[in-house]
Design a binder for this molecule. Structure first.
Ligand code: NIG
Ligand code: FE
Length: 412
């Protein structure tokens, strides 16, 4: 039995129960190994019932939240797209740049040219930067390799991030991200190849879920369906980059496969909203990409809310459409740009993000038996962290019951 550790004198957002934020004023927690053993008010501490602790931490009245979950990132890649940013500022669109062979393809070239060690050395500081804002779980998509060997390498790097850092990493195979040059004009053949690689990548333990980019500059609904059929045959859950630049009715297609999530969704229709609601699929909104691509079509937040679709948020960190490493800024943008509430933003980076990754119930909340993943903040209340932006308010970060604050040093 691991020893019990007491964390006392904190105000805790648990995201459990009916109270806003699942708030416990003047609370305390007991952790045992990687689990929360007990959580409640200071007055109800189990010490009163004779429990003793191997260690005790006074959190000084700070605000505590679950560790953040960044459920949509493209963290492993090489190269920069700053030149493309300049071109877009001069009037070129994201779509035009992609059609001219830039965009995702240019990152594919840079990523293929890098070694596995170089890719890891680039990815780790990015993960640390996310951790410095409270992230204890993150998802990494492939999709910048686009050959079996290069995709496998990228997914291996994603797995190695979690071997070097004390966080949880989930991997998503996004072979259907773009058509690589060697398959130019042969999209269907490329989709066949992606479907052939999938069982081997799964057997190598490299995939937790499968994603695709269903878009005019990505893959058609039919091609996406074929990718999903292969994933489903392998018992792998699916997700989709859907309705980012146009309405391809990708969300309805994904919902038909009981997708864990559909992501972006600026162009989601009412039928799409209803399909997500019926399937229990999470809507992952990505304010960083909306902002950075100067999109003006807002995702239908009010309709999603009215239909009871769980809404998650993520950084979508990638070099082309969202080069941010700040989940807190994403929460602020979700409120200012998308009119979400600060509490919705928090639920979006905690329990709904856990659901978007198909993680077990113990992630993204703080309750008896949940993961002991939590952040201690220089703030009185979680809303303060959404209201401010450009701050670095993290005081301590705990993952699986261990203090990992020293691993959050920002080097990116
Ligand atoms: O989530 N839309 C497709 N994929 C990424 C962008 C990738 C890139 O531009 O490199 C996204 O926005
Ligand atoms: Fe993305």
């Amino acid at each position: 039995m691991p020893e019990a550790v007491l964390w006392r004198n904190a105000h805790i957002a648990t995201f459990c129960g009916d109270k806003p934020y699942g708030w416990i004023e003047h609370g305390a927690m007991v952790t045992q190994g990687d689990r929360v053993h007990w959580i409640g008010g200071m007055n109800d501490l189990p010490v009163q019932r004779g429990m003793s602790f191997a260690a005790e931490h006074d959190l000084g009245g700070a605000c505590v939240t679950p560790g953040l979950i960044d459920c949509h990132t493209h963290l492993v890649y090489a190269g920069s797209r700053a030149r493309e940013f300049e071109l877009r500022l001069q009037g070129a669109s994201y779509e035009e740049i992609a059609r001219a062979g830039g965009g995702i393809r240019s990152t594919v070239m840079a990523t293929r040219a890098a070694t596995e060690a170089e890719l890891l050395a680039l990815a780790v500081p990015r993960a640390r930067a996310l951790m410095s804002e409270g992230v204890t779980t993150l998802e990494v998509k492939s999709g910048y390799g686009l050959s079996e060997a290069h995709e496998a390498r990228l997914l291996r790097v994603a797995r190695r991030i979690a071997q070097g850092l004390p966080i949880t990493v989930r991997t998503t195979f996004l072979g259907a991200h773009a058509i690589p040059p060697e398959f130019e004009g042969r999209a269907d053949d490329y989709v066949n190849a992606v479907c052939e690689w999938m069982p081997r990548l799964k057997a190598a333990g490299l995939i937790d879920a499968v994603d695709a980019f269903c878009e005019r500059i990505g893959f058609s609904a039919d091609q996406t369906r074929r990718v999903f059929e292969s994933a489903t045959a392998l018992d792998l859950p699916v997700k989709l980059h859907a309705e980012q630049l146009s309405d391809q009715q990708g969300a309805a297609l994904a919902a038909g496969f009981k997708a864990l999530s559909c992501d972006h969704l600026e162009y989601l229709s009412d039928t799409g909203v209803a399909a997500l609601a019926a399937a229990g699929t999470v809507a992952v909104l990505l304010p960083g990409a909306y902002y950075f691509l100067r999109e003006t079509q807002l995702p239908p937040v009010a309709a999603l809310r009215a239909a009871g679709v769980p809404i998650a948020l993520a950084t979508d960190h990638n070099p082309g459409s969202s080069p941010t490493l700040s989940p807190l800024l994403m929460m602020n943008m979700a409120c200012t740009l998308f009119r979400m509430t600060p509490e919705e933003a928090w639920r979006g980076f905690t329990l709904n993000a856990a659901r978007a990754l198909g993680l077990s119930a113990g992630y993204g909340v703080l309750q008896n038996g949940s993961r002991a993943d939590f952040a201690v903040w220089n703030a009185d209340h979680p809303r303060d962290l959404v209201y401010r932006f450009g701050h670095h308010p993290l005081r301590r970060l705990i993952a699986a019951g261990a203090d990992i604050t020293c691993a959050t040093e920002r080097t990116a």
